[in-house]
Design a protein around this ligand. Structure first.
Ligand code: HSE
Length: 349
């Protein structure tokens, strides 16, 4: 079954997904019966590529510096509305840079896609933070899916784990390391690197937000705490309700002094049910070295869900990265088509 895809945003994460789609082309067809065909690539600064018979993804990736001159495709003045008008596209993959105040540009794109009857998978946190109830309601009314696994712990299953695999459990408390960039910086500082160099390395590796103050000032982790409260614990809260401190005031000497005391500094997101309320916070904490989260290093993230039926469930895995987040988008794509009977899972004999 052909799956027409529009990639809106073509930065680190969308390119990561594109590479996975190229590498897994045969497997996706033989195991899942799905032929993903990327027909549109909409970039923020380099225009739009649109070919209803399918773009050559390898050529697109190879021509990033010169997309408008890519031969064999029509680099049109196509608008998103033109692309969404027909039935060539089934799923819009939104990876636009996130603006946590307005949710834009992802928010408008997601709304237009849903209103055009397209499923949406997204790694953008802004739209979830600003307009989750509106978007889920809109998707329900239009009979399409809106999924955003990549907004929390990149491709390490965290939202889908809690909502689907642990369905029926009540999550009463969550503690986690939910930002890859800051955990990477703290790790590299412990290894001897200065703050600025460690941040530059995190940017090079594709972990940091377009504006890395979103990471180091704790905004990214705060949105993830908001998502945990609103989506996983079912208590919608605003970003303002998350108490927030980042790591920009933590120096290398603070990191080493904590180690001398037998502790490690980690940026911890905590969400807890207290009576009828849910209380969420993000702050650097000194954890004893034998604490389960103290050994989580680099861009690796971890979340412990404290639940009624299962007690503690901890998931540890990549929290950021190009293909790591691309995997979240792929898992969401496959989930949509599995749920809607669009996929026949064929296992090899
Ligand atoms: N900037 C984010 C991080 C990306 O470092 O965790 C993944 O959400």
């Amino acid at each position: 079954m052909e799956l027409g895809i529009a990639l809106v945003g073509f930065g680190n994460v969308a390119q990561g997904l594109a590479r996975i789609l190229i590498r897994k082309r045969d497997l996706l067809t033989t195991r899942y019966g799905i032929i993903p065909v990327v027909k549109a690539v909409v970039t923020g600064s380099k225009g739009t590529l649109w070919d209803p018979s399918g773009l050559d993804l390898e050529a697109v990736l190879d021509s990033m510096a010169d997309l408008e001159n890519l031969s064999g495709v029509s680099a049109l003045p196509a608008t998103i509305d033109e692309i969404l008008k027909g039935d060539e596209i089934s799923v819009v993959v939104d990876t636009t840079p996130t603006d946590l105040v307005t949710g834009e540009p992802g928010l408008s794109i997601i709304k237009r896609a849903i209103e055009s009857g397209k499923h949406v998978v997204s790694s953008s946190k802004g739209p979830v933070s600003v307009a989750l109830p509106e978007l889920t309601d809109l998707a329900t009314r239009h009979g399409v899916a809106y999924r955003f696994e990549g907004a929390l712990l990149s491709g390490t299953p965290s939202i889908n784990l809690a909502m689907e695999a642990m369905a029926g459990c009540d999550v009463v408390k969550v503690q986690g390391i939910v930002n890859g960039t800051t955990n990477y910086i703290l790790t590299r500082m412990e290894e001897g690197m200065g703050y600025e160099d460690a941040l530059a390395e995190a940017q090079d590796r594709g972990y940091a937000e377009t504006d890395p103050s979103g990471d180091v000032d704790g905004w990214d982790a705060a949105v993830k705490a908001q998502i945990i409260a609103s989506v996983i614990m079912g208590e919608p809260i605003s970003l303002d309700q998350v108490e927030r401190r980042g790591i920009s005031e933590i120096s290398r000497s603070d990191v080493l002094a904590a180690l001398d005391r037998g502790n490690r500094i980690k940026l911890i997101a905590q969400v807890e049910r207290r009576g009828r309320d849910v209380v969420a916070s993000v702050s650097p904490m000194e954890l004893p070295l034998d604490h389960p989260l103290a050994g989580v290093m680099g861009a690796t993230n971890a979340i412990t869900y404290e639940t009624d039926n299962l007690k503690d469930v901890t998931i540890v895995g990549p929290g950021a990265g190009r293909e790591e987040t691309g995997q979240a988008l792929l898992a969401d794509l496959l989930a949509i088509f599995r749920e809607r009977g669009g996929l026949v899972v064929r296992r090899s004999a």
